[in-house]
Design a protein around this ligand. Structure first.
Ligand SMILES: [Zn+2]
Length: 95
């Protein structure tokens, strides 16, 4: 896996803290699956929870994939995400 090649930055939406209550189904965060589960992907841990409403920008500097994931600074924020990565090894999926 290409640790260190993935950059995670947070972009604030400008709306500040979330106004709505979190989804009670996810009290400890959501581990987002890859949108293409059969394709090679990398597991990216996200700082949790997010500081406020906005989105995470995840950029793989090896294959230049970038993904945006919304977050709200609540318990149901994403805790990790799998992103499609051409540099991931297809025969050795990450745990
Ligand atoms: Zn990549």
């Amino acid at each position: 896996m290409s640790d260190g090649a993935i950059k995670v930055t947070f972009a604030r939406s400008g709306r500040g803290k979330a106004q709505c209550p979190p989804n009670p189904a996810y009290p400890t965060g959501i581990a987002l699956p890859s949108p293409f589960p059969d394709a090679p992907n990398c597991l990216v841990k996200l700082p949790y929870p997010a500081p406020e409403c906005g989105y995470w920008v995840i950029e793989c500097q090896t294959c230049e994939t970038s993904v945006m994931i919304t977050a709200a600074g609540r318990p149901d924020d994403p805790i990790s995400a799998r992103i499609p990565c051409r540099a991931a090894v297809p025969t050795a999926p990450h745990p």
